[in-house]
Design a protein around this ligand. Structure first.
Ligand code: NI
Length: 174
């Protein structure tokens, strides 16, 4: 397994629309393993394959709390079939947008249809944190980011700040 390099804002790759998987081959299986490795390494709870530069409709998630044992989930070609009108609010961060947290209201529950890593069609009822996370990741597959939920002014400020930070050389303490 390999820890992949994360793509971060303002890289335009993040705006690409990811394509559905036609067939799950060893390439996809390896990619999914690498995505889990990358997500756990960066202490994230979700990752879409576009965040490692590959525009495929693959998502990995693990919303288990630290003291519990790991609960890795993989969604291929996920589709939202139902959403509740009831909402929940979380302060969301994103591995592709360092040091940025945004309060976002999303449907409290949703029904997701997807294909698992064995190629089996499945449905999952997701609620609360899991509902928010899967919707956040599906947004990635369509090139949408959490900063898109902000006003243009606030969004531009964040992009400017992150673009500037990227140009600076790595800070070191020796
Ligand atoms: Ni994200």
């Amino acid at each position: 397994m390999t820890i992949k390099k994360l793509i971060t804002v303002p890289d335009e790759v993040l705006r690409k629309k990811s394509q559905p998987i036609e067939k799950i081959t060893n390439d996809e299986k390896k990619l999914v393993n690498d995505m889990f490795e990358t997500m756990y390494h960066h202490k994230g709870i979700g990752l879409a394959s576009i965040q490692v530069g590959i525009p495929k409709r693959i998502i990995v998630l693990d919303v288990s709390q630290k003291e519990e044992k790991k609960t890795p989930l993989c969604f291929i070609n996920p589709i939202v079939r139902k959403m509740s009108s009831e909402k929940s609010v979380y302060e969301e961060g994103c591995l592709s947008i360092p040091d940025t947290f945004i309060k976002i209201e999303r449907p409290k529950t949703c029904l997701i249809e997807y294909i698992d890593i064995k190629g089996k069609k499945k449905v999952m009822e997701c609620d609360n944190l899991l509902s928010t996370c899967i919707q956040h990741e599906i947004n990635h597959l369509d090139g949408k980011l959490i900063i898109d939920y902000l006003s243009k002014l606030k969004k531009d400020l964040i992009i400017k700040k992150l673009s500037k930070a990227k140009k600076n050389p790595d800070r070191i303490v020796v």
